[in-house]
Structure formats: C-alpha cells, structure tokens
Write a protein that binds this ligand. Structure first.
Ligand SMILES: [Zn+2]
Length: 139
C-alpha cells in the first residue's frame, strides 16, 4: 500500500507506505487552529513508513507553534502543508496530510476529531512516539 504526493508545485515530495488499504486507514482531523485553517485530514500508521524529500529545502518552512516540538512542513512557494515531523525517544515520527497525496480520494474514513489542548509537553511526545509513524527525512 504505497502512496505518493507532495506539495502543489512539486518541491516537496512525499512517499507513504501503510499497513492497511486507504479505505481502512483511520484518519484524524485535529481540532487545533492550524489544522482547522488547513482543513487537514491526517494519517499516522505506526506499522507504516513515511519518507519526505525536497528539491530545494530552502523552500520548506518547518513551521512550529504551540509546544514547538514538531516541524509542520509547509512549502514556501505553493503553501501546501504536507506533514508534521517530530523527534521522539524512538526516533523521527510523522503525521501525514492525506490531502497532499495524489490518491487522496481513496481515503474515505470519516476522520476522528481529537482535541489535544491542555496536553503536557511530555504527554504529547509520549503520544507521538506511540501513535505517529516512522519517518525518514531525506535532506
Ligand atoms: Zn510547493
């Protein structure tokens, strides 16, 4: 189950392997103000793998907000939000915006709408180590 995608202008390139078909992959539509502004639908499969690269990393904004513990990768040229990556105790972990994948329409699960407001930084990192997916960032 491999998926490809990236930002609109082609600078950021994403590759995703999931352990389930897209129609069975749980999605999240996080309720934070960043995700609502982007209307994200995200996937994070701990049994999968995400890889991301860019033709020009100078055009990739590693936007941080809130606890400042994850980089939200946004293309500075076309504005698309592709994925968030975070250093955890078990390595780099990511959550991927399925709307940036070419086969986005195949992800048909109704997203859950978690609200992580009020979570401590420690709890946040522990949750991501378990729930986010392994990631390779190719610079
Ligand atoms: Zn772009």
């Amino acid at each position: 189950m491999e998926h490809v995608g990236g930002c609109h202008c082609g600078n950021i390139q994403a590759w995703l392997r999931l352990s389930k078909p897209p129609s069975d992959s749980p999605l999240r539509a996080c309720s934070c103000s960043f995700c609502r502004a982007h209307q994200t639908r995200t996937v994070a499969d701990p049994a999968g793998l995400f890889q991301v690269t860019a033709k020009d990393w100078r055009l990739v904004e590693p936007y941080r907000f809130g606890s400042g513990t994850a980089d939200y990768l946004i293309c500075r040229r076309c504005g698309v939000y592709v994925a968030a990556i975070c250093e955890t105790t078990v390595g780099v972990r990511a959550v991927v915006n399925v709307n940036c994948l070419t086969d986005r329409a195949r992800f048909t699960q109704v997203p859950s709408t978690p609200d992580y407001d009020g979570e401590t930084k420690e709890a946040r990192l522990a949750r991501r180590a378990v729930n986010w997916m392994p990631a390779l960032v190719k610079r």
